[in-house]
Write a protein that binds this ligand. Structure first.
Ligand code: ADP
Ligand code: MG
Length: 722
């Protein structure tokens, strides 16, 4: 069925066969094979150099630049043995994507030959220029240079291509004045700020031997796969990364028959190769399964330190797209590629820990550990309450706006879920005095242990944006296409301030002669009384919660435009600048970039809506209208009186459609100006409503125009033919 291009697409898919199987090598030989890892460095570097590098990685000690020549030389030899001809500084500009600039190792020797060269200074610093990246005004043309700087904490790796390999070096990206032009720099700064405060707090608990406290992140990545033939037959997908048209399929996800179902053969073949590619890069891919919507899948790695998890997550997204192509598919990472079908998120699981004590969000076995655990939990509760606006802003984008609050992802209200047991403990603390826990009777802080907290899936609240899941928190609002840097920066930042507050409180109390356990009791009580309103264990999708949250004074920031305005709040500006994470100027630049990206995204969508509407949908509808009108005229000429309800309805839709296209054209014409805030607001208030009207009529047309005339692959076809 369908128009010629649709028919051809389906024919091609029907004749598709999965590429001949590879013969996978044993897992042990694959994992980390392309990584300039610690063992590789240990084998190839002088002992003192290796020690200095590991000290930087583990404890954040500054690296002596004079050692860089040794590392560079070893790295180059290793890369060339691995078939690399080029090296690339990889960085993470404010677009949220990954950028890389490749240079060859070759240096002419002046006598007609050339040598492979790679010096310490080339490892340490690059000048990609890259002045076309959005920078929110941080780089005038007079200061156009941007520099990349080696991030020692994230290992270099080989990017394979059948035609030759490239040595990739993760870097930060800054302006010549030292201002961050990327997502990685503030992530590292936030990690450092959090660590400093957490160590202060741990010292009060008697842990004086802690070098550093790190944040861990494990990001669950949802995505769609569709056949590339359909993809290329949908200009809205190729241009806007989402379908701007498409009637709901007759069978969607309501049977729940896709979720955790048997993985289709072609998809499984893709997943196996995808995992193998990730393993080679040392990315610990762990879980793969079907997701809720048809055509939707998920991959989750084992969690890692958040800076490494970030780099790996970015690499995972680009690898996914590459490998999907090998199997004739396109991986869609957009948050809402299909209206009316669940979108895709990226749940960021996080915890804190150090080498000595492991996970600090683990309740632990001793009363002492439990008190410490509760203090860290309280820091998180306080942080989410005070800086919910920052958390919401950290995940704001045009595409993620489609998910939040649409009853498939958490609402735009940032609240925290603790579960019954932990809630009960905090309830008892709030009431003061002896602490009775639901399951184990009386609980006294610093004396009794907590009962083991449940971490099973049954206890999960899938409607909460920020949920405690037994030994970690899960930030469930980030979108599938987003970098995890921004949410992790927000989390580290709020933790730094909250932990700082608690440590200062305890220090003051102890100085004033209070017993340690009493001081803890006091701070916990104060925090849960003042910030407990951010805790919500009920149904986040319900209308009742929208009202209750407003009553509790919690923010409900439905759009990116609303959310980004949080960056103007003095308490958020202070938080980020006081802890050395983002200066006011850097924050302002980020705000500009997000708004600019938001406005441009919507402008492109509106233009594409007009284009597809005018050149594909309207002609199809008019052709069918002509056919119906011709038939009616012929019948009439033959003396047959017929009812023509379809003709009349179609005629009306075509007229409406035409005027909606006129309206969107006019709306697009009104876009412009110098002020990004005004542009973003215009996109929200004028362009989006115009698109909605065009689409709603187009989707009605789809339901009555003859299938063989409909120009676009349908939802049914795209989502179920794999
Ligand atoms: P679910 O879908 O049930 O929430 P998944 O297994 O899909 O769980 O993903 C859970 C993610 O949380 C994984 O990436 C996992 O490594 C990560 N994770 C587990 N423990 C921690 C922790 N202590 N800190 C951070 N992330 C964690
Ligand atoms: Mg999962």
């Amino acid at each position: 069925s369908g128009s010629t291009s649709r028919r051809q697409a389906i024919e091609a898919i029907t004749n598709y066969s999965v590429p001949a199987p590879g013969f996978p090598e044993p897992l042990a030989d694959t994992f980390g094979r392309n990584v300039f890892s610690l063992p590789v460095m240990k084998a190839r570097l002088p002992k003192n150099v290796y020690k200095a590098v590991t000290a930087t990685i583990d404890q954040g000690a500054p690296l002596d630049p004079t050692l860089a020549d040794f590392v560079a030389s070893a790295m180059k030899d290793w890369a060339i043995e691995k078939g690399a001809s080029h090296y690339a500084h990889v960085f993470y500009p404010l677009t949220g994507f990954t950028a890389e600039k490749h240079d060859s190792f070759l240096e002419p020797d002046g006598a007609g030959a050339s040598l492979a060269e790679f010096q310490g200074k080339t490892l340490l610093q690059g000048e990609p220029d890259a002045s076309s990246f959005p920078n929110g005004g941080l780089r005038g043309t007079f200061e156009a240079r941007g520099y990349t700087g080696w991030d020692v904490t994230s290992p270099a790796y080989i990017l394979e291509n059948p035609n030759g390999n490239t040595l990739c070096i993760p870097t930060i990206f800054i302006s010549w004045t030292g201002e961050a032009l990327d997502k990685k720099t503030p992530l590292l700064r936030s990690q450092q700020a959090m660590s400093k405060q957490a160590m202060r707090l741990l010292k009060l608990f008697g842990h004086t031997d802690v070098d550093t406290v790190v944040s861990y992140a494990g990001a669950e990545q949802e995505y769609f796969l569709i056949d590339r033939h359909f993809y290329y037959a949908r200009p809205d997908l190729t241009v806007a990364n989402r379908t701007l048209f498409g009637a709901k399929p007759s069978k969607g996800q309501e049977f729940d028959d896709h979720y955790f179902g048997a993985i289709p053969e072609r998809v499984l073949a893709f997943m196996i190769e995808f995992d193998r590619e990730l393993f080679k890069q040392g990315i610990p891919a762990k879980t793969r399964h079907n997701e809720v919507a048809p055509g939707q899948f998920e991959i989750a790695p084992v969690f890692e330190k958040s800076n490494l998890a970030h780099d790996h997550q970015q690499l995972m997204m680009t690898t996914m797209k590459r490998v999907a192509e090998r199997y004739g598919m396109v991986a869609l990472l957009h948050e809402k590629p299909f209206a009316g079908v669940n979108g895709s998120g990226k749940h960021v699981n996080f915890s804190l820990g150090n080498n000595n004590q492991g996970n600090l969000l683990n309740p632990g076995d001793t009363p002492h550990d439990n008190a410490q655990f509760l203090v860290f939990c309280a820091a998180i509760i306080r942080g989410v309450h005070k800086y919910g606006g920052l958390l919401r802003a950290s995940i704001a984008s045009a595409s993620n706006d489609h998910r939040l609050g649409a009853n498939e992802a958490p609402p735009a209200i940032i609240s925290i879920f603790l579960g019954d047991q932990l809630m009960d403990v905090f309830d008892q603390i709030a009431k003061g005095g002896a602490k009775a826990s639901k399951e184990s009777g009386v609980l006294e802080l610093g004396v009794d242990t907590l009962p083991p907290l449940k971490a099973d899936a049954g206890d999960r609240n899938r409607t909460s944006p920020f949920a405690f899941t037994g030994n970690r928190f899960e930030f469930r609002a980030p979108g599938s296409n987003q970098s995890i840097a921004d949410p992790m920066i927000a989390i580290n930042a709020m933790l730094a301030e909250s932990i700082d507050y608690i440590a200062s409180f305890l220090e003051r109390e102890i100085e004033g002669g209070a017993a340690f356990n009493d001081a803890i009791q006091k701070v916990l009580e104060e925090i849960i009384v003042e910030h407990g309103m951010v805790v919500f264990n009920g149904d986040g999708y319900s209308q009742a919660w929208q009202e209750e949250a407003a009553g509790r004074g919690l923010l409900n920031l439905r759009t990116t435009v609303d959310a980004i305005a949080q960056y103007d709040k003095p308490e958020i500006k202070e938080l980020l600048s006081d802890y050395g994470i983002l200066s006011n100027r850097e924050l302002e630049a980020r705000k500009e970039v997000v708004l600019e990206q938001y406005a441009l995204t919507i402008l492109v969508e509106a233009k594409e809506t007009l284009e597809v509407g005018k050149t594909m949908i309207l002609p199809a509808a008019i052709r069918y209208l002509g056919e119906l009108a011709g038939t009616a005229a012929q019948l009439l000429a033959a003396g047959i009186q017929t009812e023509t309800p379809t003709l009349l309805t179609l005629n009306k839709y075509v007229k409406d459609f035409n005027s909606s296209l006129g309206a969107i054209e006019e709306a697009i014409g009104g876009f412009g100006g110098d002020d990004v805030e005004a542009e973003a607001k215009y996109a929200l208030d004028t362009l989006i409503p115009a698109m909605t009207v065009v689409r709603s009529i187009a989707d009605k047309l789809e339901s009555i125009v003859a299938d063989d005339m409909w120009p676009l692959p349908t939802y049914n076809e795209m989502l179920t033919i794999l």
